[in-house]
Design a protein around this ligand. Structure first.
Ligand SMILES: Cc1cc2nc3c(=O)[nH]c(=O)nc-3n(C[C@H](O)[C@H](O)[C@H](O)COP(=O)(O)O)c2cc1C
Length: 303
């Protein structure tokens, strides 16, 4: 998730049992131009393997070149193609979710990324672009023929953004549209029950969790292949995890970028706790990491 799942957060998710991790989405064009801002997003720690570096763009040649650079520099386990992002500044340039209008182009991009990188290539789809045009099953079949190693499907139309309920039926249709490629279902999973329901109703092989991990990385705690534990940490334990997250961020990023990046995480970890809104407001005002950590520790004494 762009702006959220930096390397320290991904490692935290892995420590609780997350399977495959993905980087935030990265501009294929930015990588092709060797832009430092794009390249740093593709960096990861060995503990994050297996990891997919996710690229967005719209031109097969762009993906060919970018995938080659990523493979040479970072050697991730997989390259993932973003065909789901609904943000306007992406779709108006033909990137992200806009690709759901052109399943053939998705196929050509996958072929180009495989050729460029020599790595397994996966793809993340949505149901389609316009609610009247369900293109995901066709796109999945084309992706499989193009050589995709894994297909993730978020069961919502791009035009719906994050509104509307996730449609499990489309995930089922994507599963039946492919012959051998593993299908990962995605959308609104917040619990063991949701994950099991999705797998049962759609036949998907794995599930992907996004927003429910934000402020709750322990959601990945597994007891077996597909079971999650439902035991939530206590509020004190949650704050301990937040502080560990904070320390890891300070190890990885300069303080002046770690501090603002952590503000939204503080809000998430402490959501629902008494007086947490005061903590969030106060944390917004501070730019020194030591002061924020002090503030969090003071808050911890009050819960
Ligand atoms: C803030 C935010 C950033 C996101 N960034 C990405 C991204 O970079 N790449 C991607 O494939 N999906 C991205 N997503 C979508 C999620 O991966 C996921 O498909 C979607 O939120 C539905 O799943 P969920 O209900 O488990 O969150 C993002 C979602 C949010 C809320």
């Amino acid at each position: 998730m762009a702006g959220i799942t930096s390397s320290p957060f991904r490692r935290l998710c892995r420590s609780y049992g997350a399977g495959l991790l993905y980087t935030e989405c990265i501009s294929a064009e930015g990588v092709r131009r060797q832009g430092e801002r794009s390249l740093v997003l593709a960096d990861f720690h060995p503990d994050e393997r297996p990891i997919a570096v996710q690229l967005f763009g719209h031109d097969p040649q762009q993906f060919h070149n970018a995938s080659a650079i990523i493979a040479e520099r970072y050697k991730p386990d997989m390259i993932d193609i973003n065909c789901g992002c609904p943000v306007k500044r992406m779709t108006k340039r033909g990137n992200g979710g806009s690709l759901m209008k052109s399943p053939d182009l998705i196929g050509r991009i996958i072929e180009a990324a495989i050729k460029g990188s020599g790595l397994p290539v996966s793809v993340k789809l949505r149901s389609g672009y316009y609610p009247s045009e369900e293109t995901a099953p066709e796109a999945a079949s084309i992706a499989e023929d193009a050589g995709a190693s894994l297909i993730a499907i978020h069961g919502r139309y791009v035009k719906h953004g994050f509104k509307s309920a996730v449609d499990l039926d489309v995930i089922g249709r994507v599963k039946t549209a492919v012959k051998r490629t593993p299908i990962v279902g995605n959308g609104d999973i917040k619990s063991t029950h949701d994950a099991e329901m999705m797998m049962k109703q759609t036949g998907c092989d794995r599930v992907m969790i996004g927003r429910a991990a934000f402020g709750r990385p322990w959601i990945f705690k597994t007891s077996g292949d597909t079971e999650f534990t439902e035991s939530e940490p206590s509020d004190t334990e949650k704050i301990d995890i937040l502080l560990e997250h904070y320390r890891q961020m300070l190890d990885y990023f300069p303080e002046k970028s770690a501090v603002p990046k952590m503000r939204k995480h503080i809000g998430r970890y402490t959501r629902g706790m008494r007086e947490s809104s005061k903590l969030r407001v106060e944390a917004m005002k501070l730019s020194n990491a030591g002061d924020v950590i002090g503030l969090i520790k003071e808050f911890m004494k009050t819960i």
